[in-house]
Design a protein around this ligand. Structure first.
Ligand SMILES: CC(C)(COP(=O)(O)OP(=O)(O)OC[C@H]1O[C@@H](n2cnc3c(N)ncnc32)[C@H](O)[C@@H]1OP(=O)(O)O)[C@@H](O)C(=O)NCCC(=O)NCCS
Length: 167
């Protein structure tokens, strides 16, 4: 199912057919630098199954990010339920294959995710949780209109910077 289209991208539901491409991206230590570790094929498949459950449970989630010019699966971007300091939040998340970085694509995907959450889902606040050294990700958050709010510990035992936007 297609969720959103931007000038360069299509955001659609991830399916089990995407596991191979996503696993290649998750196996890259450069992409995963600010995550606890890279992911194996099996871990990726489990996560995709979890995404599919989210679509059924919440009606949204992290979406396959397709680069229209070459019709390639280049990552996953979208919306992730989180609990931060005991409060339910909705996070905009983005992760792309490194060959596609620095072309404004994560910003395009994040803006589409923001607009979908505000306009289609009726949310009035969104966040992004970002490692303090992950400058590209913080730049994307700022370009999408989020601002730094606070530092917080999250469940995977990592201190993150919380960026937030209100509708
Ligand atoms: C974070 C990520 C999604 C950004 O994707 P992207 O498509 O390159 O993002 P954009 O092109 O929209 O914007 C990137 C910005 O970071 C800047 N940037 C990139 N590398 C940088 C660096 N080393 N130092 C400073 N700025 C940098 C770019 O110049 C651009 O900012 P600008 O538009 O003000 O010039 C991508 O780097 C990624 O997938 N990283 C690995 C996964 C990840 O960390 N995800 C975020 C988890 S919170």
């Amino acid at each position: 199912m297609i969720v959103a289209e931007t000038p360069s991208l299509i955001l659609r539901y991830i399916t089990l057919d995407d596991v191979d491409e996503l696993a290649k991206i998750y196996a890259d230590p450069v992409v995963m630098k600010y995550f606890p570790s890279t992911r194996t094929y099996e871990e990726t498949k489990l996560q995709v199954e979890w995404f599919i459950t989210w679509y059924e449970k919440y009606g949204f989630g992290l979406w396959a990010t397709i680069h229209k010019a070459d019709n390639k699966f280049i990552g996953r971007c979208g919306l992730i339920p989180q609990i931060v300091d005991g409060k339910k939040e909705l996070e905009i998340g983005y992760l792309l294959a490194k060959e596609y970085w620095n072309r404004g694509l994560a910003t395009e995907a994040a803006i589409a995710s923001r607009d979908y959450a505000f306009e289609q889902l009726g949310y009035s606040r969104l966040i992004s949780l970002i490692h303090r050294d992950n400058i590209p990700s913080q730049k994307v958050a700022l370009k999408v209109g989020l601002t730094y709010e606070k530092d917080s510990w999250i469940s995977w035992e990592m201190m993150v910077r919380v960026y937030a936007i209100h509708k």
